[in-house]
Design a binder for this molecule. Structure first.
Ligand code: APR
Ligand code: ZN
Length: 374
């Protein structure tokens, strides 16, 4: 149990905003009470990791990035009862403490013990489990998965099926619930409906999959990178729009294409202007706009206040509104039982030491999800 010692291993450290990640030797302390140390087996590179490394979100530097992780429990701290060494697990950017006002409410999932809004970069006791060259290294969103070993709160760990393929299921840590869940579980996209998805990266692709699975009749996909279109069509997008090639604002084109606006609009990029476009693409009466993307810290959205009363819904959503520990393991089981197919969402896999190549591919717009393997 707590006899475990500090582990020295490789990890990627973001020393300062907008600097190149550097692979370093780091020390990972044993888990304290209520914490779990995990041997990470795979981690995805999510859009919000990139935003955070650039200093756009509230990360505390220096820190170890990454949140979309899968791994095996190495050791557990005092009082941990839901997992044991050897268990396969996913890391959760939104924990489920089952005690706070969010967890006790039947709706929503934004546990008060998350560290995604105004991050501290620290564990609940206000300290970090990582050091490098004698310096304190912070956690990212209390997850940090760009490392061979990490320490995470027990409430931010989902135990998954022992048969799960560990080189792929990291996508179910964030990408799948965030995207697929936003459509299927949060918006509850209806059969025969019209949807628009802004951003056809990893999250947008998973949203498209959820819209399709829900029986949407028309799915409009919007991206400035036309290389994303063929794959998006294969997942169910019926119409592709590149806003940079349009003569009118994209929301106006969506309005004209549909006559009345869409039933469901999703923003999966994290840009306030695109959030506005998504809102203005919605049917005035019953349209629902879901904001999935994470916008830069302190950015603002300016809506036409005179038009809000007509009935549209603007809703934020993270991890598909799933109570994470309760629901995310089931997505893994659904994958194993061929009820959902996450394979098209994972386009690249590279060894961890090729992290820089993975980021190059991501920045060049070549990847839907690149998973780093340890
Ligand atoms: N208009 C349309 N598409 C855009 C625009 C724009 N102005 N800017 C970027 N895009 C496209 C990119 O070309 C890319 O295909 O948005 C997509 C973003 O996808 P990824 O970079 O793969 O990011 P992803 O992991 O999908 O995350 C998207 O969701 O969870 C949040 O924080 C995350 O805010 C991020 C968002
Ligand atoms: Zn909670």
């Amino acid at each position: 149990l707590s006899r475990s010692r500090t582990i020295t291993c490789r990890a990627a450290v973001a020393w300062a905003a907008n600097s190149t990640l550097s692979i370093e030797e780091v020390q990972v302390e044993p888990p304290k009470a209520g914490e779990v140390r995990i041997k990470v087996t795979s981690t995805g590179i999510c859009g919000s990791d990139d935003h955070a490394i650039k200093g756009l979100l509230s990360a505390v530097f220096p820190y170890i990035p990454g949140h979309e992780g899968a791994g095996i429990v190495e050791s557990i701290g005092k009082g941990v009862s839901s997992v044991k060494p050897g268990d396969k697990v996913l890391t959760l950017i939104i924990p489920q403490c089952r005690e706070c006002s969010s967890c006790l409410h039947p709706k929503g999932n934004f546990c008060e013990k998350q560290d995604a809004l105004s991050s501290s970069g620290l564990m609940l006791d206000g300290t970090s489990r990582f050091t490098c060259k004698g310096k304190k290294i912070h956690h990212s969103f209390r997850t940090s998965t760009f490392t061979e070993y990490t320490v995470v709160l027990e409430i931010a760990v989902a135990k998954i099926d022992a048969a799960a393929p560990m080189d792929k299921v990291s996508a179910i840590s964030c990408e799948v619930p965030t995207g697929y869940g936003a459509a299927v579980h949060s918006a509850k996209v209806t059969r025969g409906s019209t949807c628009v998805v802004y951003g056809l990266g990893g999250i947008g692709s998973a949203i498209v999959m959820g819209c399709k699975a829900s029986g949407a009749a028309r799915i409009i996909g919007v991206d400035i990178n036309e290389e994303k279109f063929p794959r998006a069509r294969a997942l169910g997008v019926t119409d592709c729009l590149n806003p940079r090639k349009l003569k009118k604002p994209v929301q106006q084109v969506v309005m004209e294409m549909t006559g009345v606006g869409v039933d469901f609009a999703f923003e999966a990029i994290g840009l306030p202007d695109v959030m506005l476009a998504a809102w203005d693409s919605c049917h005035l009466s019953h349209g629902v706009c879901l904001i999935v993307g994470v916008a830069p810290s302190n950015s603002k959205l300016s809506l036409d206040a005179s038009k809000i009363f007509s009935g549209r819904t603007l809703k934020g959503v993270c991890l598909g509104d799933y109570k994470t520990r309760d629901c995310i393991p089931q997505l893994v089981t659904d994958y194993l039982q061929n009820k959902i197919n996450i394979d098209p969402l994972v386009t690249h896999q590279l060894p961890f030491d090729q992290l820089h190549k993975a980021f190059e591919l991501y920045h060049a717009g070549k990847t839907i999800r690149c998973i780093l393997l340890f």
